[in-house]
Design a protein around this ligand. Structure first.
Ligand code: TXD
Length: 315
């Protein structure tokens, strides 16, 4: 029986998600947006490419929540993206209102779905989504670490002239300027990072990773990054749908892991057909632990701002 993925938000990332799902024949797709015609137009356009890609899936565009009911996976990009000069945190008030509306819709129509949140500011928005929807924490996850890790690996591959597939790495913590690229968890052709790159070369790469989203937003002017974010979301959805049990850096609910409680943050998790099946606890260096805790502090502070905006989050 073919699975059903509903995409809440048919903008730059949502449309790209739909196209990637179609090319990979991952599931039937329902593309939802509040903007009249946007989801319908993109779904119809992608559907007309299936004879070329040879994909045998159903694509529906809609602005009626009912069409998304009983989804196996829901990927949420509903919300506004950054404009040049904006921080991810500047999106909080607007996107919090949107995610509350989306969460109430999901609670009614797809309470058993695996929900992947992409909307920024990611760590706080995914926590709000889980609280508003009441879905179990193992079935609500945020996409950020795969994207940040992919950016880090790409920059390293360019600097070291090594194929990106020969690089293993992780970026953990919040999806913001305090994110934590993990040099001690990075291997280049199997060698540890400090054997192949000097600190003065590595630090600018870490900084460029942290600012990766802003760099693309400045170039695009009217959009933020969308190809790599969409590819990252598909990696998570595919691991769930095919029960691949991949270990992936994602924003997951922590209840004691890494000494952290009651907050979402980027950590390595195993994603299978039961959702987040395991949170992988790495042994962090002293510096990594300090940076991780700083990142958690930044997420907590922003969540406190969210609670001031909507008291419902404080209960
Ligand atoms: O790594 C990450 N998590 C980030 C996330 C990487 C890149 C982009 N990041 C964030 O994703 C970005 O800051 C935004 O918050 C979301 C979506 O970015 P996108 O570039 O796709 O934004 P668009 O193109 O503006 O699309 C958002 C769509 C748009 O079509 C709106 O009409 C729709 O969201 N929208 C809604 N859809 C459904 N329901 C509601 N309520 C709604 N409100 C707006």
């Amino acid at each position: 029986m073919k699975k059903k993925i509903s995409l809440i938000g048919a903008g730059m990332i949502g449309g790209t998600l739909a196209h990637l799902i179609s090319i990979k024949e991952l599931a039937d797709v329902v593309l939802f947006d509040v903007a009249e015609g946007l989801a319908k137009g993109k779904a119809l356009d992608i559907a007309q490419s299936t004879s070329i890609s040879g994909s045998n899936i159903n694509l529906t565009g809609t602005n009626n929540y009912e069409d998304t009911k009983n989804s196996d996976v829901i990927i949420i990009t509903a919300g506004i993206p950054r404009k040049p000069g904006m921080s991810r945190d500047d999106l909080l008030e607007t996107n919090l209102k949107i995610i509350k509306q989306v969460a109430e819709g999901i609670k009614k129509t797809s309470p058993n779905a695996f929900v992947i949140c992409i909307t920024n500011p990611l760590d706080v928005i995914v926590m709000a989504l889980q609280k508003y929807s009441g879905l179990p924490t193992n079935m609500v996850v945020g996409m950020a670490g795969i994207l940040d890790s992919s950016r880090f690996k790409y920059f390293l591959s360019r600097e070291l002239q090594v194929p990106v597939k020969n690089i293993e790495s992780l970026v953990l913590g919040g999806h913001g300027d305090t994110m934590v690229p993990m040099p001690n968890q990075t291997k280049i052709n199997g060698k540890s990072l400090n054997q192949v790159i000097k600190k003065e070369k590595l630090d600018p790469i870490i900084e460029r990773t942290r600012k990766g989203g802003a760099e693309i937003g400045k170039l695009l002017q009217k959009a933020s990054a969308f190809y790599a974010p969409a590819a990252s979301g598909i990696e998570m959805a595919e691991s769930y749908i095919k029960d691949l049990k991949k270990t992936l850096p994602c924003a997951a609910y922590l209840s004691g892991e890494y000494g952290v409680n009651n907050i979402y943050a980027g950590v390595p998790v195993v994603i299978g057909n039961n959702g987040i099946e395991k949170i992988v606890e790495l042994s962090l260096s002293k510096e990594e632990k300090v940076n991780f805790n700083l990142s958690i502090k930044a997420v907590r502070e922003l969540f406190e701002v969210a609670v001031k905006i909507d008291k419902d989050l404080g209960s």
